[in-house]
Design a protein around this ligand. Structure first.
Ligand code: ATP
Ligand code: MG
Length: 697
């Protein structure tokens, strides 16, 4: 320990700021201090959640500036631009305005900046246009039409989204195309030559039109560096220090970029990366913990710092989080500890069904708010966006403001609005907007036909017959017939079956006999969208009639775009509903994690591979470790999900909350009056069929 610096030596020139810096530095623990003052060369900080990784990185930036490194020669890379800004504003509190000159941002943002400046010397025009995801997919559509297999085989050929996904995955993971096809899209293996031709065409069109997609930004940056020569040297000489947060969620291409940016020409590789292998949750985007594992190999002489003291959560919350990770199959073992004391055990709340789970969360949020906890100090974290649908409707009904991170608010998703449009025209046949929406969904019906159909209905006083008798052009006839038949069947009184749910749920089921097919045709992987519609159907079944359902969900005026709504731009004090993915790196006083059931966490479709199941465990860990003071994990005992027309029950508590974990929690059951009470009944654990059958498999 003798080599560890204990006293920080601020420079005299900025007295006020340096005092802050000194005081703050003294508040860091010895390991954190060691990372902050690390002189140079590769540094890997591997540490668990809430151990101050991000805070250490901020301090290191401040320390470098204070030590005389020019701020503009520091590059700070993080997962979102917003996170970078937040880190730099924290650095500003330590060392003053100079920190604003630090280059902070995402890999993509930085690539864009560098390519505009250095690209022209390598033949890349500086005025390239960036294609966003939707634009890129549209361009892929043109490439598909030009170079794809042509008419008779077209239907069996991957859709534009799939082709784009494939291209992107290939670029980011460097996995050969044939391997990706074989592993992920076996149905399309036979089309490999045609797929290659389409991807070539896509690349050609981008070059010809001076377009770069998101992946090209990273790829071009890596290639410029790897080509070597004077230009690569100039780019690599831009920064004396590069720092990366959330390194566990970077991919192979990003690691290549870092290798090119530091340590050129024998200079020390002044690269600091910070990550937690237990929080690696982006493998679907090609991220890999290998980057962390290989760091010492890739950057010789790396110093390793491990942080184990957690400053975020109460001991009771940490115990539960540690217990979930204790059963992980691989990874650096880290047992987090804290010097904090007190705090209530996390609650494990069983509700009778989804509506009761929803009421519990909404009630509790209001109670805590009355006790003085700001709404913005609370978050509800879900595995997938659709799982908060019922809660969103309830919050809207009670007037509790919320922001949603990571995905659209449920009621704003296009496919949910599509299905609601059908209910709306049943309720109000004069709802022109909904008519247009529906008509334009149908194959063969374009703007002109939609307009004349609406005019015909208006002329016919919006009677059902007016649509039936409308005579569309030939190519729209099949669509018109299908739609008219569906609307007729919807207008028949819907008979409510035994226990199947209310009439509105059945109406949605009928709409879906037509609509699901449209979704499937539009997307190769419609599962998430179909799951949203299952959820909508379930929720609607709880309402006595269509009118009360539509009134309950009547949309409020549209809010600021979701991306901006991350906190500041939404209402002043708002609860956060977030996917677990979008919550990484964040913390709240109170965290709710609903739907802790097998099938939703882990998500059923992630269980196809052992790696998928392990990533779900890490997601569970990320969610639990967001909580500072209070944690509520909830699940309904009786819930049904509809998948592909079949109901299955979601009544087993999540496998990650096994007996050892549950013993660390306060078990609570909600009574008929919604009141929470201690629960001592045995938990229904997942049945392990394999064990029962005694090694038969
Ligand atoms: P995650 O893995 O979730 O990204 P992290 O390791 O980056 O977490 P931080 O967000 O940096 O952790 O810190 C977690 C909390 O602990 C923050 O509120 C931070 O201010 C606080 N903290 C970190 N280090 C210390 C310390 N030495 N003393 C007191 N509080 C600290
Ligand atoms: Mg962090």
């Amino acid at each position: 320990m003798s080599d560890l610096p204990r006293i920080y030596q601020p420079k005299p020139r900025d007295v006020a700021a340096s005092t802050d810096l000194e005081r703050d530095f003294a508040g860091l623990n010895v390991e954190q201090q060691r990372a902050v003052v690390h002189p140079g060369g590769p540094l890997l900080i591997v540490a668990g959640a809430g151990t101050g990784k991000t805070r250490t990185l901020v301090h290191r930036v401040a320390h470098l500036i204070e030590g005389g490194v020019a701020p503009e020669r520091i590059l700070l890379l993080t997962f979102t631009r917003r996170a970078a800004q937040e880190m730099l504003s924290r650095a500003e509190r330590l060392v003053g305005a100079a920190s604003a000159r630090v280059h902070g941002g995402t890999f993509h943002g930085t690539a864009n900046r560098l390519l505009r400046r250095y690209g022209p010397s390598a033949g890349l025009p500086s005025d390239f246009t960036i294609l966003d995801q939707a634009d890129a997919e549209d361009l892929m559509q043109f490439a598909r039409a030009a170079a794809g297999p042509g008419k008779p085989h077209e239907k069996r050929f991957p859709k534009k989204e799939t082709l784009h996904w494939l291209y992107s995955r290939h670029v980011n993971t460097e996995i050969p195309l044939e391997t990706l096809l074989g592993d992920e899209l076996p149905a399309f293996v036979e089309h490999e030559p045609a797929i290659r031709a389409v991807l070539r065409e896509y690349t050609r069109r981008k070059a010809e039109r001076n377009l770069l997609d998101y992946d090209d930004l990273l790829l071009s940056w890596a290639m410029l560096l790897e080509r070597g020569g004077e230009l690569a040297d100039r780019m690599a000489a831009l920064y004396d220090h590069v720092l990366v947060d959330e390194y566990q969620d970077t991919n192979a291409l990003q690691a290549r970029i870092l290798r090119g940016m530091v340590g050129r020409g024998g200079a020390p590789a002044n690269l600091t990366v910070v990550g937690d292998d237990a929080q690696s949750i982006y493998s679907f985007r090609g991220a890999t913990v290998r980057n962390i594992l290989d760091f010492p190999r890739d950057f010789g002489g790396a110093t390793l710092v491990a942080l184990e003291q957690n400053y975020r959560s109460t001991p009771a919350i940490l115990d539960v989080s540690n217990a979930v990770m204790a059963k992980a199959s691989e990874g650096f073992r880290k047992a987090l500890w804290t010097s904090r004391t007190g705090g209530e055990r996390p609650w494990l709340v069983t509700a009778r069904d989804e509506p009761q789970q929803t009421r519990f969360i909404a009630d509790r949020i209001l109670e805590l708010y009355e006790e003085g906890i700001a709404l913005s100090g609370m978050a509800v974290l879900v595995r997938a966006g659709f799982m908060s649908a019922d809660l969103e409707i309830e919050l809207q009904r009670r007037g509790i403001p919320f922001d949603k991170w990571g995905g659209l608010k449920f009621l704003e998703a296009a496919h949910v609005k599509d299905v609601l449009a059908f209910l709306r025209i049943l309720e109000n046949p004069r709802d022109e907007v909904s008519w247009y929406r529906i008509l334009l969904l149908m194959p063969g019906i374009g703007e002109a036909t939609a307009r004349s159909a609406v005019e015909a209905m208006s002329a016919g006083a919006w009677a059902p017959a007016a649509f039936r008798h409308f005579a569309p052009p030939a190519r729209a006839q099949a669509a018109h017939r299908a739609l008219a038949a569906l609307l007729d069947s919807l207008r028949e009184t819907v008979a409510v079956g035994d226990g199947v749910g209310g009439a509105v749920g059945l109406e949605i089921a009928r709409v879906r006999t037509l609509y699901d097919e449209l979704l499937r045709e539009k997307y190769d992987r419609p599962e998430a969208r179909l799951a949203d519609l299952d959820q909508l159907q379930t929720i609607a079944s709880g309402y006595p009639d269509r009118a009360s359902f539509l009134t309950a969900i009547a949309l409020e005026p549209p809010q600021a775009t979701q991306d901006l709504a991350q906190g500041e731009d939404g209402p002043d004090d708002a609860l956060v509903i977030s996917t677990i993915h979008s919550a990484k790196g964040r913390e709240w006083d109170v965290v709710f994690m609903p739907w802790a059931v097998d099938g939703y966490l882990p998500l059923a479709r992630s269980l196809a591979t052992p790696e998928g199941a392990e990533e779900e465990r890490r997601l569970c860990y990320v969610a639990l470790t967001r909580a500072r003071h209070q944690l509520y994990v909830t699940y309904p005992l009786n819930a049904y999900a509809t998948r592909r027309g079949a109901d299955y029950s979601l009544d087993q508590v999540s496998r990650y909350l096994d007996r050892d974990v549950r013993e660390l929690m306060l078990r609570v059951a909600l009574g008929d009056d919604d009141r929470p009470a201690r629960d001592d009944a045995p938990v229904r654990a997942p049945i392990d069929l394999r064990a029962l059958l005694g090694g038969r498999f």
